[in-house]
Ligand binder design. Structure first.
Ligand SMILES: Cc1cc2nc3c(=O)[nH]c(=O)nc-3n(C[C@H](O)[C@H](O)[C@H](O)COP(=O)(O)OP(=O)(O)OC[C@H]3O[C@@H](n4cnc5c(N)ncnc54)[C@H](O)[C@@H]3O)c2cc1C
Length: 406
């Protein structure tokens, strides 16, 4: 066979065109290799892809990182344990814990904390109230401080600031990291900065060479400033921890937290119409595609679940859903914690739009379709039967809950 390397212009064009259905298949699977001098080389551009607004998005399914391995599969692998017996200093992270669990934004922050902690420092996560998380160790938490108590639950930023001040007095962390989010971190971080009398670095998306770079000027400019003690970081500010396991050793406060004189009274959550939530902000999306045969049943199921409705482009083009409900490359890029895809095949343009979703559930007739490959949980079967069963299960669950409460 000839040694001449022949170029395939069509394959090269597909590899450049991220909207082409075969684009993913044309990407080199290898993202790190041994260089000529024995040093491992990494291609940072091989991970993630550039979103429509020019921001790098990371495909958390792991599909782009070489194969069909999903995050759940990665957890089963026994990762090397990173231990810090006597921490030289602490990097404190205050995760948002939306729904009692670490969000992908929280995990990015823990990744950034490890960059700052190096080998000698320990990452201390400060969590308020009850949580449901059991993956602190694999997310990169070396020490875990849970501030329990009724006074910290609900919307209690003043009391939480008091808690953080007590942590600051005891552990004196080298850096404080909070998510610059609307789920609590943005406000809490600014209040805490005011209480400490420190100037926080806000909307930070990169930390390197003792500098932190944040977005400014309505997101159009970057502002670099010396590394601040208190950092409010944006999502995707760093790669989440994925190659090590951590101790997540529980630690406690040695002092009691002073009660703040609350000027805020939390009257509880207000029910909102899921349809009124913008797609980009929705936490729970129930999306329909060409495989939905009974749209009335689809809407009833979304209502029973209390989910925001989404759709594939085919469902929108066929007139079953409004244009602003379209998810995907030419629709909205969503970041839901749970995304349910009913009768959606998983075309690359659709998968691009759900790349940042935490958990994907697929309902489909075809076990070999790409949506099933992407999904964390799949239900194979006729969509109408499954939706009907889902409504019945939700009603039975609610009735049981009502009976128990009575
Ligand atoms: C430039 C460009 C931009 C695009 N942008 C987008 C975009 O932003 N968003 C988007 O979604 N698409 C987009 N598309 C279109 C995309 O390529 C696909 O055509 C589209 O996503 C397919 O939609 P679908 O999965 O609903 O339909 P289909 O591909 O027809 O898939 C239907 C699925 O339903 C399953 N099914 C069928 N019957 C049943 C049943 N009774 N029960 C359960 N399952 C069933 C089938 O097994 C199949 O997997 C774009 C295309 C182009 C060229």
């Amino acid at each position: 066979m000839s040694d001449i390397i022949r170029r395939d212009p069509r394959a090269e064009w597909i590899a450049r065109n991220r909207l082409h259905p075969l684009h993913a298949a044309m990407q080199p699977a290898q993202h790190s290799w041994m260089g000529p001098n024995g040093v491992i080389r990494k291609n940072p551009h091989g991970i993630g892809f550039i979103g429509p607004n020019g921001i790098k998005r990371i495909d958390r399914s792991g599909a782009q990182q070489g194969g069909a391995t999903k995050r759940s599969a990665a957890v089963e692998v026994q990762l090397p344990l990173h231990q810090v017996a006597a921490p030289a200093f602490y990097i404190s992270v205050v995760p948002d814990m939306v729904g009692g669990r670490l969000s992908s934004h929280d995990r990015d922050l823990l990744g950034l904390a490890h960059q700052l902690a190096g080998k000698d420092g320990a990452v201390l996560a400060v969590v308020f109230g009850e949580h449901k998380e059991n993956a602190f160790a694999t997310a990169g938490v070396d020490r875990l401080l849970v501030l329990e108590g009724e006074e910290f639950s609900g919307y209690a930023p003043e009391q939480r600031v008091q808690g953080l001040r007590a942590v600051d007095n005891q552990f004196n962390p080298r850096h404080w990291l909070l998510p610059d989010s609307r789920s609590g971190g943005g406000e809490l971080g600014r209040r805490f900065a005011a209480a400490l009398g420190e100037r926080p670095a806000t909307r930070i998306w990169q930390v390197k060479d003792q500098e932190c770079i944040g977005r400014a000027g309505a997101g159009l400019q970057d502002l670099a400033r010396p590394l601040a003690r208190l950092i409010l970081a944006a999502a995707e500010c760093a790669e989440p921890v994925s190659e090590t396991r951590h101790e997540a050793l529980p630690v406690e406060l040695s002092t009691t937290v002073a009660r703040s004189l609350s000027r805020i009274e939390d009257l509880g959550a207000v029910a909102v119409d899921p349809a009124a939530i913008p797609m980009a902000e929705a936490e729970f999306i129930f999306s329909g595609g060409n495989g939905v045969k009974d749209w009335g049943l689809f809407h009833r199921t979304a209502e029973a679940l209390g989910a925001t409705e989404g759709a594939s482009r085919v469902a929108v083009d066929d007139g079953f859903m409004a244009r602003d409900r379209q998810v995907g490359a030419s629709g909205t890029w969503v970041t839901a914690r749970v995304y349910v895809a009913v009768g959606i095949s998983g075309a690359i343009q659709h998968l691009q739009g759900i790349g940042a979703c935490d958990k994907v559930v697929a309902i489909n007739l075809d076990p070999g379709c790409d949506m099933i490959k992407r999904a964390d949980l799949s239900v194979i079967g006729e969509s109408a039967e499954i939706l009907q069963a889902l409504i019945e299960a939700v009603e039975a669950y609610r009735n049981d809950a009502k009976r128990d409460a009575a």
